[in-house]
Design a protein around this ligand. Structure first.
Ligand code: CP
Ligand code: NVA
Length: 317
């Protein structure tokens, strides 16, 4: 049983296959597809969502399947039924699970106890679907329409991540950049450096390049091909709002900071954005801001991820 809980669940070669398939799905949108014919996938969400929920629901239906949206508090999980029992029961009804939750260990436990594929739709630690869609968005820009070497187009490029450099999207980009041969510089205040857990994961996966961490946002964006930011207050951190806004204010992506990256650099944000906090409206509206391409590509890339997860195993001859 294959799951998609971390960026590393696909080898770089397989990520190339996912991207190629995503490009085909994007070009052939509207063509009938039967990859999930007769199947139902459930989405279990403990946090809010616009892009992830809608792109998965639409994507699964476009693959020929049905969806079931389950708010954690509407099912017995919200009243204390164990994750393991929930996984075992749901595995008897549905053919796959898409899960958005707090503790990363919860998606691991669901995957371990159930008998259907599980996709991580964001935890406090990682947001792998986002990073695949983001990397695909960059690859399709840099590779051009005719090249099939989507992964190759990313090699050696530099991404600068500013602000909450310890959040799930930053963590996932650190892993993603290492996996895809990109360089990553993170700029945030002291205390926002990537966690020991992330360092350990990089080590275990043999991703040795790692990242650069600096408290100077201008140092991070120098020579960058991409300037990326995320909200300063992730879901679940609302109580820290005042403190975080104070700590992170000098890391806002302004037109001046964006101009310090390469002249053809792209601006990216996973969204939702808070204009006037982590980024100015001017930067969001810049012609090199590709935020809505990122959002759109969630759909195509997730369809490709699901297709790869449910593909029959190749027999070794
Ligand atoms: N980027 C992202 O995951 O957005 P949602 O929270 O709206 O799903
Ligand atoms: N870091 C943000 C990402 C939202 C898509 C959060 O977890 O709220």
């Amino acid at each position: 049983m294959r799951h998609f809980l971390h960026e590393t669940d696909f080898a770089p070669k397989e990520i190339g296959d996912v991207f190629a398939l995503a490009r085909t799905y994007k070009r052939q949108r509207g063509r009938p597809c039967s990859v999930l014919a007769g199947k139902t996938w459930a989405l279990i969400f403990s946090k809010s969502s616009t892009r992830t929920r809608v792109s998965f629901e639409v994507g699964i239906r476009e693959l020929g399947g049905n969806t079931l949206f389950l708010n954690r508090n509407d099912i017995q999980l919200g009243r204390g039924e164990t994750i393991e029992d929930t996984a075992k029961v749901l595995s008897r009804y549905v053919h796959g699970l898409v899960v958005r939750t707090y503790d990363h260990a919860d998606v691991e436990r669901l995957a371990a106890a159930g008998t259907v594929p599980v996709i991580n739709a964001l935890t406090d630690f990682l947001h792998p679907c986002q990073i695949y869609a983001d990397a695909f968005t960059l690859a399709e820009r840099w590779a051009g329409k005719r090249s099939n070497n989507l992964i190759g187009a990313l090699k050696g490029r530099k991404i600068a991540f500013l602000g909450d450099t310890a959040c799930n999207v930053a963590n996932s980009w650190v892993i993603g950049a290492n996996l895809l041969g990109m360089k990553i510089s993170l700029a945030g205040p002291k205390g926002f450096a990537p966690s020991k857990t992330l360092d350990r994961m990089l080590e275990v996966q043999g991703l040795k390049e790692g990242y650069q961490f600096t408290t100077d946002p201008y140092e991070a964006v120098r020579g960058a091909d991409v300037v990326y930011t995320d909200v300063w207050v992730s879901m679940g951190k609302e109580e820290e709002t005042r403190k975080r806004v104070g700590q992170l204010s000098s890391y806002a992506v302004t037109a001046k900071l964006f101009a310090a990256a390469k002249p053809d650099a792209f601006f990216m944000h996973c969204l939702p954005a808070h204009p006037g906090e982590e980024v100015t409206q001017e930067v969001l509206d810049n012609p090199r801001s590709i935020i809505f391409d990122q959002a759109e590509n969630r759909l195509h890339v997730q369809k490709a991820i699901i297709t790869k997860l449910v593909a029959p195993k190749k027999r070794s001859s």
